[in-house]
Structures are given as structure tokens and as C-alpha cells.
Design a protein around this ligand. Structure first.
Ligand SMILES: [Zn+2]
Length: 546
């Protein structure tokens, strides 16, 4: 039947897989919603036509939540939102992100809208947080592309996805199934609405590679050309996810998807984000995958923190808990990668030292959270004389994952393993930017390293890089600062840059153009001197270091 449809479609010049829509099983007792996707390639690019079907509630009104912002980005991809059903109407909601539908009680309602790429120019970080809609492929999440019903935190829904109208040559890879052919383009999922909203949806010229992680099915959906083979990518993803599942002693993943898509730039940019049963990787097209081990491990770790540690209550101030979502995740991503032999001891310690230098003055939750995690791990090991570690806190959080993911619960769980004095230090560090001493011995590396309070430079480029990058013109150069002393001046055109963010000991390089022609300006991005803990390798102790 599909073949006939393809043939017919080919005849009329529309490359659709089948004209028939999916037939989904009836689920009368549950909240059931259906999304239908119909991509159209126009001279201006891809337009994705969506319809969203749901049943109006007992009072005939439903609140729709619109994908207007996500991950710090404001989105303009959605246009043409309208009601298709007769007798139903749409009006403005309480805020810009919501609309109210009025319909007859219990009746089916269909709304429709279009999605189009909402930026010009190349795909670079952070534009992957917008729905990526290209003539060759699309990749988005529920949060940035799908209109949804406003439901209670714990509401369960059945979501149907009709992908029948995708071009025949396209592969489909989502949180709820993967298919390299036109088969299996009708997907159904029953679960928390959040899992649909946090779902990953990709389709297009992806190459689909099925593989296994400890006997459990997984898929890599990869597109573009790389400096490594698809097989190498599969091997690395398999190794990293296997390593993280080993740490958690948890193989309970009936299905898992990883997508790998190139940015339109050559080097030094990557983003991993975690979704329901999935994570995506966007990576500069000429970078190797080996350098991504800690990033892959970080994304894999999120399946537990926060994935299996409980829900953040709606309306809860996420700033309070971000340090615990990103901190232990980053701490373990690096530590497990080191333990797997994919980082040397000096690479591992160097990355910790960079974070330790930034810790006293930084507001970055990744930096703050990673060092708080280091301190917690070392302190728990010391105070329990090696009986416990941060691992216990992490496992306890998963064991009590039916409770909400809040700061109170995190502090109570960690506090269980701390002396009253250390508990007070932790609270101070988390809520009042308090300082923390580095553990005398580095967990896992043990006696080979010792911590010293050193005088170190803070990282300071000496000009406003973010603004300069946006305007492509050097701006905000501080007189007698490191950039100024090296010869950077306001008004020079910024042609290129390379530096290691946060690392004042790595030379920063800028290519600029001014009246004097093109110039390469290199310098150490060193700011004021502060005291910070740094680990040093003990030369006189025999350490088994890789
Ligand atoms: Zn993260």
C-alpha cells in the first residue's frame, strides 16, 4: 500500500512517502494528542506545516503553551497559528507564551501552524536551540517547536506523531523511535507530558546506525561529513554511554538515540543537550570525536542527574538547583573519562585547576558546581574515613527520585554525610557564594597530588569579547589591560580568534584589521592576581599515573 502511494506521489511530482495518514489506536480514557508534520520545500527554504489535534476538556476551554522561548533564546519560528475546527476559537492567554482555545466540551479540536528557520546566516552555537529547519533535514525539541496543552506536573498523556508526509528519502530519528526507511513513521508514546515536551525530533539526510549498549538497543543518527568514520563515532558513543551506565549500575534503557550534526564552522564549538531517551551533539565539522569524550559523558550522565532524580516543581526557581544539575555532572564526566583511560592524569588535573582558579570569582554554575562537587567528594571521603563518597549522595538522590528536585532535598541528602561544620560550609558555598578549601587529597588520584593555595591570575581578555564578536569590531578595550598592552584597540575589525575560555595560561590569539593592515595579536589573558587552590603532582611519591 505504501509502494502504491509512493508511485502515485512520484507521478504527481510530490516526494511524499504516503498520502495516507497514520491510524492511531483509540485511547478513550486518556488525554490523547496528535501531531502531524508536513514539510514543504519552498524557494525560501523549508516550511514545516504542523497540525495539532486534541480533545477539549469538560468546560470546553484549554490553555495552549506556545514555543516562544527556550534555553535563553527568544524564538520567532512559529507563524500562522490558527484553529482549523469549526465552532472553536482561539484568543490571547494570560501571557505572550499562551493562548486559550474555546470549543464545545469533549469535542476534537484541530489547530495548525507553520515553522520556519528564524535566523539568517550559518548554523552556529547557540542557534541549535531554535528549531533547525533546512531543505535537507530538521531537528528540534518539543520545547522549541511543539504547541502543547497546559497540564498538571504529573499529568499523563498519549502523544501520536504522524510523520507520513516526510520525503521518502528521509530518515526519522526521535525520542520515540528511529527508522531509516518509510516504515514506522507513525509513533505513539504514553507518559508524562514533560517527556514529550523534552523529546528530540530529527528527520532528513541522517545515516542511521543501530547498535547496542550492554545489550540494550541504541541508535546513532549522523549527518554531514566528518574527519572520522560513522563506525568510529558509534564505537565512542557506545563506550562513553556504557561507562556512565556502569557507574550507575543501571541499564534500564529500552531505547536510546544520539544525533550528531555539524555546525557550519570548522573548529572549537560543540553543544550537547539531553532529551527524553536521547541527546544531541552539534559539533564543528573538522573537530575530532575523541576530544568530545567528556562532553558525551556529561550528556549521558544527565540521564540520571536530573533525569532520574525527580521533577523540578513548576514555577520553582531553577537558578537554585542548576549547580547540582551541572556540577556533579561535569565532575563525574571528567573523572569517569580519566578512569576509563581517555584523559591523562595531567589533563584531568589541569582541567580541575582551571575550574579552581575560576571558582572564587565565578558565577558560572558549571564551575561553581564542579568545585563544590570536588569538595563534597573529598570531604565525605575524609569524614567517613573512606566509607562514603559523593557517589552515595548521587545514588540516594536517584533512590528518592519520586520526590521533587529542590535545593532543600539536595542539601538534606548531602548533609546526611557531612559533619555540622562541613554542612554549614556547603550551605554557605551554595547560597552565599562562599569559598571552599580544596580537598588535601584528590579523590581517586589520592596521594599523588597535593593542594596548595597559590597566587594565580584570573582569566581576563581585557576587552568586551562578546560584544566585539557580535559586531565583529574590537570594543571595550581596558586601558593598560592585557589586550591594550598587546596592541588591541577599539575600532579594529575582528577577523578571527582563538583562546581557551577561563584559562589565563593559554595564549589568546586575535586576528584584527586596522589602518595598518591585518595583524595577529597574541597575549596571555591574565587579569588580577588572586589566591586559589591548585593541585600539584608529588614528584617524590611513586604514583601510578596514566
Ligand atoms: Zn549539562
Amino acid at each position: 500500500m505504501i509502494d502504491a502511494a509512493v508511485c502515485f506521489a512520484g507521478f504527481i511530482g510530490v516526494a511524499h512517502a504516503g498520502l495516507a495518514q497514520c491510524r492511531f489506536p483509540q485511547t478513550p480514557n486518556e488525554q490523547t494528542i496528535t501531531y502531524r508534520f508536513d514539510p514543504e520545500v519552498t524557494p525560501a527554504g523549508l516550511v514545516l506545516h504542523l497540525t495539532f489535534l486534541f480533545r477539549a476538556g469538560g468546560d470546553g476551554t484549554e490553555t495552549l503553551v506556545l514555543p516562544m522561548q527556550w534555553a535563553g533564546e527568544t524564538l520567532h519560528a512559529m507563524t500562522n497559528l490558527r484553529v482549523v475546527s469549526k465552532g472553536a476559537s482561539l484568543e490571547k492567554g494570560a501571557d505572550a507564551d499562551s493562548m486559550i482555545v474555546r470549543a464545545r466540551p469533549h469535542r476534537s479540536v484541530v489547530i495548525a501552524y507553520d515553522l520556519e528557520k528564524d535566523w539568517n546566516g550559518p548554523l552556529v552555537n547557540p542557534l541549535q536551540f531554535h528549531p533547525v529547519l533546512m531543505p535537507e533535514y530538521l531537528e528540534f525539541t518539543g520545547s522549541n517547536a511543539l504547541v502543547r496543552l497546559k497540564l498538571d506536573d504529573r499529568a499523563i498523556e498519549t502523544a501520536n506523531f504522524d510523520w507520513q508526509a516526510l520525503p521518502t528519502a528521509w530518515a526519522l530519528a526521535t525520542s520515540f523511535g528511529t527508522s531509516a526507511s518509510t516504515a514506522d513513521r507513525c509513533q505513539t508514546y504514553t507518559g508524562s507530558w514533560r517527556e514529550v515536551n523534552e523529546g528530540l525530533y530529527a528527520a532528513g539526510d541522517y545515516r542511521i546506525h543501530p547498535f547496542q549498549i550492554s545489550g540494550r538497543p541504541a541508535f546513532l543518527a549522523v549527518r554531514g561529513t566528518w574527519t572520522f568514520s560513522d563506525e568510529d563515532a558509534v564505537k565512542d558513543v557506545q563506550k562513553v554511554i556504557g561507562m556512565v551506565r556502569n557507574f550507575w549500575h543501571d541499564d534500564n534503557f529500552p531505547y536510546f538515540l544520539v544525533t550528531l550534526s555539524p555546525y557550519d564552522r570548522d573548529h572549537d564549538s560543540s553543544d550537547g543537550s539531553q532529551f527524553t531517551n536521547a541527546f544531541w551533539m552539534f559539533v564543528s565539522r573538522l573537530d575530532s570525536i575523541n576530544g568530545l569524550f567528556p562532553t558525551l559523558a556529561h550528556e549521558a550522565f544527565h540521564a540520571w542527574d536530573p533525569g532520574r532524580m525527580g521533577m523540578v516543581p513548576t514555577g520553582y526557581n531553577e537558578d537554585l538547583i542548576k549547580w547540582f544539575r551541572e556540577g556533579p555532572t561535569d565532575y563525574y564526566a571528567q573523572l569517569l573519562t580519566y578512569e576509563a583511560g581517555e584523559l591523562t592524569a595531567s589533563e584531568y588535573v589541569n582541567s580541575l585547576n582551571i575550574a579552581l582558579r575560576r571558582f572564587p570569582t565565578s558565577d558560572d554554575e558549571y564551575v561553581r558546581g564542579r568545585i563544590i562537587s570536588l569538595w563534597l567528594d573529598g570531604t565525605i571521603r575524609r569524614e567517613s574515613r573512606g566509607q562514603h563518597s559523593l557517589d552515595d549522595v548521587m545514588f540516594d538522590m536517584v533512590r528518592t527520585g519520586d520526590q521533587p528536585y529542590t535545593l532543600d532535598r539536595i542539601l538534606a541528602t548531602a548533609g546526611h554525610y557531612l559533619s555540622p561544620e562541613s554542612d554549614a560550609l556547603l550551605q554557605q558555598a551554595v547560597t552565599h557564594h562562599g569559598d571552599l578549601p580544596a580537598p588535601e587529597h584528590l579523590p581517586v588520584l589520592g596521594d599523588c597530588m597535593h593542594a596548595l593555595l597559590d597566587n594565580v591570575s584570573t582569566f581576563d581578555l581585557g576587552f568586551d569579547f562578546d560584544r566585539s564578536r557580535t559586531t565583529r569590531m574590537i570594543t571595550g578595550v581596558v586601558e593598560n589591560g592585557p589586550a591594550f598592552n598587546a596592541g588591541l584597540r577599539d575600532g579594529q575589525s575582528l577577523l578571527g580568534n582563538s583562546f581557551n575560555k577561563g584559562d589565563p595560561e593559554r595564549i589568546a590569539k586575535f586576528k584584527v584589521h586596522s589602518g595598518a593592515g591585518d595583524q595577529q595579536i597574541d597575549y596571555y589573558p591574565r587579569g588580577k592576581t588572586i589566591q586559589a587552590w591548585q593541585y600539584h603532582m608529588d614528584k617524590d611519591k611513586s604514583c601510578e599515573l596514566r
